[in-house]
Design a protein around this ligand. Structure first.
Ligand code: CA2
Length: 143
């Protein structure tokens, strides 16, 4: 089974800015962990970070051709993007929404997600382990 992992806007800055919110883990650390866990679980993981909404929509559409499940941290687009929600609903891949931080313990505007209603589930608040848990869930759900 193959799993697409999409990281949304600004997540390339992880580990370099706002460590009090997002910790010192870099995106490269997260991707390395996902490769390692993927091997352990017997799944192929392809990870991509994209800053633009349209590029994320395209990546979701393309993943439908080869992936068995999708893990996505839509970052700020979580709270704004009908386009990402429509793309996820359209491709009908089992999708797990991930956030490093506990969005419900933060500002009010982060409490609403356009993505959660079309996702199989949501994992947030566990830092890098949010992705680790999502990979386990995706491995069990995907085809
Ligand atoms: O907690 C998460 O994973 C978020 O998806 C992160 C987003 C935020 O807008 C969501 O509400 C929750 C922000 C990603 C930006 O990441 C940065 C990392 C380092 C420095 C600045 C931004």
């Amino acid at each position: 089974m193959k799993i697409m992992v999409l990281h949304g806007p600004n997540l390339n800055l992880l580990g370099t800015r706002e460590p009090e919110v997002y910790g010192s883990t870099t995106l490269a650390d997260i991707d390395a962990m996902l490769q390692e866990e993927g091997k352990r679980l017997g799944v192929e993981v392809r990870a991509l970070q994209l800053n633009s909404e349209g590029a994320l929509v395209t990546a979701i559409q393309e993943a439908a051709a080869w992936a068995g499940a999708l893990i996505i941290n839509p970052a700020a687009y979580t709270h704004t993007s009908v386009a990402l929600r429509d793309a996820i609903a359209a491709v009908a891949l089992p999708t797990i929404e991930v956030h490093l931080s506990n969005v419900f313990a933060r500002e009010e505007f982060r409490h609403h997600s356009y993505i959660t209603p079309v996702a199989a589930g949501l994992i947030c608040g566990f830092g890098i382990d949010s992705y680790r848990l999502a990979l386990i869930a995706a491995t069990r759900m995907g085809t």
